[in-house]
Design a protein around this ligand. Structure first.
Ligand code: ATP
Length: 562
């Protein structure tokens, strides 16, 4: 063992350092962001630490390293925050390009400073060996492990899977993306410091584009949806050259060739990375379906929930919604019907804050509608919804989808999870119990562990409803929930909606299945060409000649009421 450690001391240390660097990519990739600023941030962290770490060993070796790490991480995090302010609204390739450009700016700035040694680089004292590198990796891996099952970790995964749905579940997407960005900067700074004090040298040119790509490859090959990914990636890519040497293949081009090929194969055939080969962890929470709910009471029947006055929405020349007045009171099941293109989805998008109205005014669960009101605020105030085009977090299990739905009513657990506080476990058990209860309610308890994307179409619709219910909403908006369901399933859904209303949930239901709307709703509003053409109780609406005419025009097969 000692012989092995001696012969491979450098490889073993690099394995840990590569792992730390890969985690700085994992931190953003787990929230669906492709950032390439980490090499620049690592470099800035390393060089700044050289200004602060005292030259003489004032307190011995360890404290100097601790000072260096603290400075490196703080600089990495602070620069990431400053960079995040302008680039946080970018997505995908644009974010990658902007962050890569930032990395280059840092490199060029540092190379033109005398305190960094310029292109010659700077010497650093030897403060890092196998124990320090592995301790750092263990701490970082532990952080991401505990993050994974926390409320914050689930919110980040939800953003990665579907940003719009995450917003509709009350997650502040911009804030959460910034958190992952800053975390990534801190971990990159840590890597820069560890590397410099291990190789005893740093040169700004060593933190360029290819370093960033190496880190990205390690993270992606390992996997970006499970905390173990960066560990697997760094193990694999660090030992590959050793393996190569052991079998006598010395050519220098083989490592970059193999890692490039591997990246290609992983992206094509294993999008979850090596971590996807690990079987899913089983949760033990099945036993708590009856966890006591400690949720706030819903408003008393008749309390105003939504009030819209002369609400309009124009898209170019198209008047999607024109001067709509709509009042919804607690306990109602309001049906919204109308032919295709009548403006139903636009109207509920306005109510749920996803689309700002062009004119008019309104209040939903006490929040005034307007262009400055983010959708997650309305969701947090008690509006939950499903989507016409199903928007689930496809790679998360059905259970995790519902747990994300409970974001609004659950407490943050990350810091308590870090120190293994029993109260965090209790909160988690309760959240799991409630999530199972919602899945049971829509008939999906036996499919709780399946990835949402693998469920059948009807099950996905039901799962969206369970996810929306987990938020304990005051107002539940269902956008064509019966689409694709047969009559039996639609009837079952109708029974569920009425049961929810009895429990005090107010429902706004868009549905083309007029039979189901008339059977379910307490009041029906009919839209046509963006205007309300009729409103009233189901029996009155069923006889209204304008309704029959509007429906006969577009949907003759479903125009006949029950
Ligand atoms: P469907 O039953 O087909 O879902 P709908 O009643 O929900 O229809 P909306 O989707 O709200 O109707 O569309 C109303 C009108 O607004 C349509 O003419 C549509 O083309 C237009 N529209 C909706 N969203 C947009 C958008 N983002 N950009 C431009 N036009 C839009």
């Amino acid at each position: 063992m000692a012989g092995f450690l001696d012969s491979y001391a450098s490889t073993i240390t690099f394995m840990a350092l590569t792992g730390v660097f890969a985690y700085s990519f994992y931190a953003v990739l787990m929230a669906g962001q492709l950032s390439l600023a980490q090499a620049g941030l690592a470099s800035a962290g390393a060089f700044t630490s050289s200004l602060v770490v005292p030259a003489a060993p004032l307190f011995g070796v360890i404290p100097r390293l601790v000072v260096g790490i603290a400075v490196g991480m703080a600089v990495g995090a602070a620069l990431a925050f400053l960079l995040g302010l302008p680039v946080m609204r970018l997505r995908g390739v644009f974010l990658a390009i902007a962050t890569l450009a930032f990395g280059e700016v840092v490199r060029i700035l540092l190379i033109n400073q005398s305190w960094t040694g310029g292109a010659q680089g700077l010497s650093f004292p030897k403060l890092v060996g196998i124990p320090e590198a592995w301790l750092a990796l263990a701490v970082v891996a532990y952080w991401f492990w505990r993050l994974g099952g926390s409320r914050l970790g689930r919110a980040l995964a939800a953003i990665r899977e579907d940003e719009l749905a995450a917003k509709a579940m009350g997650i502040d997407v911009t804030r959460h993306r910034m958190i992952s960005f800053v975390t990534s900067g801190a971990v990159a700074g840590l890597y820069g410091v560890l590397l410099a004090y291990f190789v005893r040298f740093a040169d700004p040119n060593a933190f360029g584009f290819s370093t960033a790509v190496d880190g990205l490859v390690t993270a992606v090959v390992g996997g970006t949806t499970l905390f173990i990914g960066p560990l697997l990636g760094s193990t694999f890519l660090t030992w590959l050259p050793e393996l190569q040497r052991a079998i006598g293949v010395e050519a220098g081009w083989i490592r970059p060739f193999v890692s490039g090929l591997l990246l290609l194969l992983v992206i094509l055939f294993l999008p979850g990375g090596l971590a996807a080969l690990i079987p899913h962890r089983r949760r033990r929470a099945m036993a708590h379906p009856d966890a006591p709910p400690d949720l706030p009471p819903l408003p008393a029947p008749g309390t105003p929930i939504a009030s819209l006055r002369a609400i309009r929405k124009e898209y170019g020349g198209v008047h999607a919604v024109r001067d709509v007045d709509l009042d919804i009171a607690a306990g109602e099941i309001v049906g919204l019907i109308g032919p295709n293109g009548a403006g139903k989805t636009t109207l509920v998008n306005i109510v749920s804050g996803l689309v700002p109205p062009s004119g008019g005014e309104g209040t939903v669960v006490g929040i005034p509608l307007g262009s400055g009101v983010p959708a997650h605020r309305i969701a947090l105030a008690g509006v939950s919804r499903t989507f016409q085009q199903i928007k689930l977090f496809n790679r998360l299990s059905a259970l995790d989808n519902v747990l994300v739905g409970a974001h609004r009513v659950s407490r943050p657990t990350l810091l308590r999870r870090m120190v293994l506080l029993p109260s965090a476990r209790r909160d988690e058990k309760r959240a799991l119990g409630q999530a199972f209860a919602q899945l049971t309610r829509v008939g999906l308890a036996d499919r709780a562990r399946l990835p949402a994307g693998d469920l059948s179409y009807g099950d996905q619709r039901r799962l969206e409803i369970a996810r929306a219910l987990a938020a304990h909403p005051t107002l539940l908006i269902l956008d064509e929930p019966a689409a694709g369901m047969n009559h039996v399933e639609a009837h079952r859904l109708s029974v569920l909606i009425r049961a929810l209303a009895e429990d005090g949930v107010t429902v706004l239901l868009i549905e083309h299945n007029v039979r189901m709307v008339l059977e379910t709703c307490t009041r029906v509003v009919v839209l046509d060409f963006g205007e309300v053409i009729a409103a009233g109780d189901p029996a009155t609406i069923a006889r209204d000649p304008r309704v029959v005419e509007a429906y006969l025009g577009a949907e003759d097969d479903q125009a006949e009421p029950a």
